[in-house]
Ligand binder design. Structure first.
Ligand code: PMP
Length: 409
């Protein structure tokens, strides 16, 4: 019979379940739907029901805006996974980690508008680090580009720098370290066993995590920042001279940083949704069951399997290459393993293919171009964390592209 209503693009058949043959594979967004089957298997345990009268207040009974119970579970999760030190740290919840990225910049920024803080990141970097400071157009901080072009500048004076360190990095999965070594914001969105071996707990002064890439609930919009009680900022002034290395220590009163992050969340939104906090609590209770093994094994196995298939396709290509991965010892799984990043960072090797995203698009693959990450368009990013359907179509289109190459030899 005829379809009752129109199907979405790319789908047809009577119940809209058949993919049209010429359909493009969409590997653009970082939507973490690969975890959906895990939550389907755990549907009952992870569900919540909220009666109409529940949690109507701006605050909890203890007058706080953040659930103490939820904070307890987050700390427990980190101690099970071993990916972050939580002792001696304040915690602030935000609407996704996105909100905390700008709260952190605000909290670390100079209070002197005649010398605004310079916000930096290392290319290739997540576009939000640049877009948010540009939107806010503050007198106290300005986005100033790539850390690498700032290393030599720093030699003479005390320039105020706030550096985003994304570890593992979006888009290339690298475990990044600070380049400038002053005030840092560690974005650990992907620092979970699905994507990287956990070599030890991260111990930085300001670390940001998100539920989006941990359980896959990007739609819940929940993130948190951990701010240390005492912020010990080591400035290695190795630029001064080659034979004198000067170490300077500055103690920034970190209660200040914490209070500013908190104040930002308060002024921007009067805190975050209590419904969300309740849902996140329920999800984390399931996440830590069996010491986290069911969730993290599911997630890691899925990513590992996708990387194995992807690596095989790219091993047959000379036209396209992907990033090298590094095996490291993972304390959580207690074995040495490869990283399994959320994204493939593809390089087009042929001279004439200087717009790699366009080359893939001609092969019916939608990717996110290098310039979105302030990198060269010879690179482009493929998302590997979408649904199984999306991933399988991506593989099929990649195989087709690579086989064209081999036919022409
Ligand atoms: N940081 C990085 C590196 C990301 O890739 C993302 C999402 N793609 C975020 C932060 C923001 O995620 P959310 O606001 O959903 O927590």
């Amino acid at each position: 019979g005829q379809p009752v209503c129109e199907c979405y693009d790319c789908y047809g058949g009577t119940d809209c379940s058949e993919r049209s043959p010429g359909c493009a594979a969409d590997a653009d967004s970082g939507d973490p739907i690969f975890l959906e089957p895990f939550w389907m298997q755990n549907a009952a345990e992870s569900s919540i029901v909220i009666p109409g009268w529940h949690r109507m207040s701006y605050r909890y009974e203890d007058n706080t805006m953040m659930s103490v119970e939820l904070e307890k579970y987050i700390r427990k999760l980190h101690s099970i996974v071993g990916n972050a030190i939580t002792e001696g740290r304040y915690m602030v919840f935000g609407i996704g980690s996105s909100q905390l990225l700008s709260a952190a910049v605000y909290a670390l920024s100079s209070e002197n508008s005649s010398s605004p803080s310079n916000v930096l990141a290392t290319i290739p970097f997540y576009p939000m680090y640049k877009a948010q400071p540009m939107l806010f157009n503050s007198e106290n901080f300005q986005f100033k580009g790539d850390t690498n072009s700032w290393q030599s500048y720093n030699s003479t004076n005390n320039i105020d720098v706030i550096e985003f360190v994304t570890s593992p990095n979006n888009p290339d999965g690298e475990l990044k370290k600070s380049v400038i070594g002053r005030k840092t914001i560690y974005d650990h969105a992907y620092f979970w066993p699905h994507f990287t071996p956990i070599t030890g707990p991260s111990d930085h002064d300001l670390m940001i995590f998100t539920l989006s890439k941990l359980t896959g609930h990007a739609g819940a919009r929940f993130g948190y920042a951990q701010v240390s009680l005492f912020h010990l900022c080591l400035t290695l002034a190795r630029y001064y001279t080659y034979d004198t290395i000067i170490y300077r220590w500055a103690i920034i009163k970190d209660k200040d940083v914490y209070e500013k992050v908190l104040n930002y969340i308060f002024l921007a939104d009067l805190g975050i949704s209590k419904d969300t906090q309740l849902r996140v609590l329920k999800l984390l209770k399931v996440a830590i069951e069996g010491d986290g093994k069911p969730l993290f094994e599911f997630a890691y196995n899925k990513m590992r399997e996708r990387w194995e298939m992807l690596t095989f396709v790219f091993s047959r290509s000379t036209r396209f290459s992907i990033q090298k991965r590094h095996p490291l010892h993972c304390n959580f799984f207690n074995k040495t393993r490869q990283s399994s990043p959320a994204y493939a960072w593809v390089k087009c090797e042929r001279e004439e293919d200087d717009d790699c995203s366009a080359v893939l698009e001609a092969g019916k693959i939608i990717s996110r171009r290098g310039s979105q990450f302030s990198a060269d368009d010879r690179y482009t990013r493929l998302s590997l964390i979408k649904s199984q359907d999306d991933f399988e179509l991506l593989l099929q289109r990649l195989r087709e592209l690579v086989s064209l190459e081999n036919d022409s030899i």
